[in-house]
Design a protein around this ligand. Structure first.
Ligand SMILES: [Zn+2]
Length: 159
């Protein structure tokens, strides 16, 4: 490379060859490269930005998982029974909401009509189906918490 006044020599950051500065260009990567072989424009796709996706659920009605504790049936209750026998009555008092898991998987909410007698809890309505020993029973953590039962029509519609 010959001497040119005001045009110094430099090495290309990519290929390492020697060029006059006038034959080189700064790339978007910050490298000083030769125009002849190495310089590349920034690909427009590199400027594409992802659009934030709004993932919130509109009018969400989450099940209040934290609002109840669970215990289990200690004996089987037959269809229509207004009393259940459960493993722990620790959180159950008169008026407390109780969700009994029926054998078909549906949770039927009702409430205790008195303080438990031993391990037996009396409910304000009979269970709507057989409840086997071991089925989960949910107990509202707070007095006054109530839970809605789905109607048969809602169940059929998978609501
Ligand atoms: Zn080069």
């Amino acid at each position: 490379m010959g001497y040119r006044a005001g045009d110094n020599l430099a090495l290309c950051d990519r290929c390492g060859a020697e060029f006059h500065r006038s034959e080189m260009r700064k790339e978007w990567t910050g490298l000083l490269v030769c125009i002849k072989r190495c310089w590349e424009p920034k690909h427009p796709q590199l400027n594409v930005r992802g659009k934030k996706d709004k993932q919130s659920v509109r009018d969400a009605r989450p099940e209040p998982d934290s609002a109840f504790g669970t215990t289990t049936m200690s004996t089987t209750a037959t269809d229509g029974s207004t009393t259940i026998s459960i493993a722990s009555v620790a959180e159950i008092y008169n008026g407390r909401s109780v969700g009994v898991t029926l054998n078909d998987g549906i949770v039927q909410w009702s409430f205790a009509v008195s303080d438990p007698s031993g391990s037996t809890v009396s409910l304000n309505e009979g269970v709507r189906g057989q409840v086997d020993a071991g089925n989960v029973v949910r107990v509202a953590s707070n007095a006054g918490d109530t839970f809605l039962n789905l109607t048969d029509a809602q169940r059929r519609a998978n609501l």
